[in-house]
Design a binder for this molecule. Structure first.
Ligand SMILES: Nc1ncnc2c1ncn2[C@@H]1O[C@H](COP(=O)(O)OP(=O)(O)O)[C@@H](O)[C@H]1O
Ligand SMILES: [Mg+2]
Length: 310
């Protein structure tokens, strides 16, 4: 659905996006994740054709954004960072205006507006003046606008920015529902957001793509991914020795709890699970175990590891 090849953008001497290449398959929900100023908006604007790349190309549904901008744009709906709405129009009037601007005409204007209003839950606000809408409803109008023309691809720049937790949940549900029929690219600086809805994450930092993968794969290969903690009561040295002799285990760190049990922190190969074997070793001595836990790394761990500046 989207192929970006060596996209590059400089503003004067400043490089905002550096040699970005990625591809997005039909049906994916992809999150551009990165801190403020990382280059997310700039990348999205290049994909939409609003900002010409300094170098590199992108294709949307097979159409080059520079050579065939009209065809490429027909396949996408874009919701910019701060949805520019006309405050003195009613929701319906605004969407009508936008539909005509997008070249939708005749009977399909009415049909399409009806459809996007329904999809975005705007029915009760159809005749409301935009300047009296809450931020959450304004985002919905932005989404409805992006959906006009029923594009294959939705590009949503920080769709939940500035919303309260309830509104965030509602917009997230809406995006999830839309993703059944549309490929979605969204940007966010909130990790949790990506974990909740995206099946692919592109981590951007200082204009560079640091990683692009599923959240599962990103976390599986982390250093933290094989870590296990155990609490048991019994002899320490022999257990540590036996554990360290077991293949995926790299090193065992020991600690004493306040009530006299041993706490082991087991560092093992990323992606392995040494709980069963470790428990068996301890149990073979007849020692009781009261806690065994395998650390589940979060995208936050990935993010920290990828964007560490050392
Ligand atoms: N038109 C512009 N002129 C100069 N610098 C810009 C312009 N647009 C963006 N930048 C700079 O490029 C960097 C990336 O910006 P942006 O893509 O908006 O980041 P993000 O969306 O990830 O917060 C920032 O340092 C920003 O200040
Ligand atoms: Mg931005």
């Amino acid at each position: 659905m989207v192929t970006a090849e060596h996209l590059h953008k400089t503003f004067g001497r400043f490089t905002a996006v550096k040699d970005a290449s990625f591809s997005i398959e039909k049906g994916e929900i992809v999150g551009f994740l990165g801190p403020n100023g990382a280059g997310k908006t700039t990348t999205m604007k290049m994909l939409t054709g609003y900002l010409p790349p300094t170098a590199g190309t992108a294709r949307i549904a097979g159409f080059d954004i520079i050579d065939s901008p009209l065809e490429a744009r027909r396949h996408m709906g874009y919701m910019p960072e701060n949805v520019p709405l006309y405050d003195d129009l009613r929701v319906y009037e605004y969407l009508d205006y936008r539909a005509r601007l997008k070249g939708i005409c005749g009977k399909s204007v009415r049909n399409q507006i009806g459809e996007v209003i329904e999809k975005c839950g705007l029915e009760p606000k159809r005749k409301t003046l935009i300047n009296t809408l809450s931020k959450g409803y304004r985002q919905r109008v932005g989404l409805a606008d992006a959906l006009l023309g029923n594009p294959d691809l939705l590009i949503l720049d920080e769709p939940t920015n500035g919303l309260d937790p309830n509104q965030i949940r509602q917009i997230r549900e809406l995006i999830r529902a839309l993703s059944e029929n549309h490929t979605v690219i969204l940007s966010t600086h909130i990790l949790h957001e990506v974990e909740m809805i995206c099946n692919k994450v592109i981590i951007i930092d200082q204009g560079e793509i640091k990683a692009a993968d599923t959240p599962e794969n990103l976390t599986a290969n982390l250093r933290a991914a094989g870590r296990v903690s155990i609490e048991y009561k019994g002899d320490l040295d022999s257990i540590v020795q036996e554990l360290e002799a077991f293949e995926p285990i790299k090193k065992v760190f020991t600690e004493e709890t306040e009530d006299g049990w041993h706490r082991l922190l087991v560092r093992a190969e990323p992606g392995t699970d040494s709980r069963e074997k470790a428990a068996a070793i301890i149990a073979s001595h007849g020692y009781p175990i009261r806690h065994i836990y395998r650390h589940i790394p979060s995208l936050e761990d990935v993010f920290v590891e990828m964007t560490r500046r050392d």
